[in-house]
Design a protein around this ligand. Sequence first.
Ligand code: MG
Length: 288
Amino acid sequence: MKLVRYGQPGRERPGIWLEAAGADAARIVDVRGMAFDIEDYNARFWRTHGLERLRGLLAEEGLKTLAADGVRLGPPVPPPRRLICLGKNYRDHAEEFDARVPAQPIYFAKNPGALCGPADEIRLRPGARADAEVELAVVIGRPARAVAEEDALDHVAGYTILNDVTDRDLQAERDQWFLGKSADTFGPLGPWLVTTDELPDPQALGLRQRVNELVLQDSHTERMLFGVARILADLTHVLTLEPGDIISTGTPGGIGSARRPPVWLRDGDVVECEIDGVGRLRNRVRME
Ligand code: MG
């Protein structure tokens, strides 16, 4: 299943994306219109076997749907309590960043308020030197504490794409990762959450980033230094992950700022982040 949230920012409704098939255009199931108690894809949804309920809805006669064309999508999950990112989780990115390849996963927090929809504008402050990072994002579906690596993927609800937009000046000048990655709109997420039954192996996915058709990143999740199962085992021996939490697994080499000459995001640019089997984010840049 592909879970979406649609509608105006902050007022999104839960939906299920139905792909275009043959002559039929894509549609969205109005989940709340069919099951009023499913208010959102929130903690309660995951706690109360939400995915099984959605499968039940799909099997019902008289699905309530709307045409997807022209409908704004929001992030496929509401703002999470935890948005944890990995730094330097691909060797080629570690080498282009500071040439130090980590022996253990490196984590940092990103502001959940930075998340926005898969086609929303990315807004940059005037003169900002910023670039984009395509990343596989993991959404937790079951509480996870001290999980073993071999059981870790059982706690995953599904996968989506995060564009970990970064202001490199803030990152360098302020000597930290949080601030430069946390501005409003610095986290396009989506376009949907793909459930694990459709995507059983998170380490078998090609991923790429383009800016105005120029391919900057083109890699594969098998090249992560630390895979999803290892990350979840490692993290949950320190803290509890809860349904709806997001772990973003880091970006591969090729980012704009590491190129010579660098490729900075400019007003009007269109950034696409794509992961095979998941989908594509497509965001226009506006320098305000
Ligand atoms: Mg990143």
